[in-house]
Design a protein around this ligand. Structure first.
Ligand code: OFO
Length: 167
């Protein structure tokens, strides 16, 4: 059974993972309309992963005797100045999510909830991977520069194969 404090912080994470989902959808849609199919594909796949993260939290809260609350989400930005700026925002957002997951870890230790502590380790590891893959993309972007966006887009297209919307 989850304590009220753990239930609350896990529900806060439902909102944050859900916002990550729609944030990356908004970014994907922006990239798609700017003629960057590779970047759009990467972001759609990323959005899909975020939806899965949100669902994991919902399932966990409900399985452990809590009640997952589905929140409303604020509207993500529609415009991005450049691909570099967009991926800088992705990295910032992932760093924020890492901090948020670490707060759950801390709360678990305070509450001596070793079950949730163990369960949330999957997210701790996932965040290491997510931050590092975005940092790799930013390194690559710095190398190719704004002028070679066609090449960059073609490159990133090959990184993800799943999650292209139908139609
Ligand atoms: Fe990007 O890992 Fe969830 O939010």
């Amino acid at each position: 059974m989850l304590s009220q404090k753990i239930e609350e912080i896990c529900n806060r994470q439902v909102e944050r993972e859900g916002y990550s989902f729609i944030l990356y959808l908004a970014m994907a849609s922006w990239a798609e309309t700017r003629g960057y199919p590779g970047i759009a594909r990467w972001l759609y796949a990323q959005a899909d992963e975020e939806k899965m993260h949100m669902l994991k939290f919902i399932a966990y809260i409900n399985e452990r005797g809590g009640r997952a609350v589905i929140p409303t989400f604020r509207k993500p930005p529609e415009e991005y100045e450049s691909v570099q700026k967009l991926f800088t925002e992705v990295l910032k957002h992932e760093q924020f999510i890492t901090g948020s997951i670490h707060e759950i870890v801390e709360r678990c230790l305070e509450e001596k909830d070793y079950t949730t502590h163990n369960w949330v380790q999957w997210f701790v590891t996932e965040q290491i991977e997510e931050e590092s893959s975005v940092m790799d993309i930013l390194d690559k972007l710095n190398l190719v520069g704004e002028k070679n966006m066609y090449m960059f887009d073609r490159d990133i297209f090959g990184l993800r194969s799943e999650a292209e919307p139908e139609g």
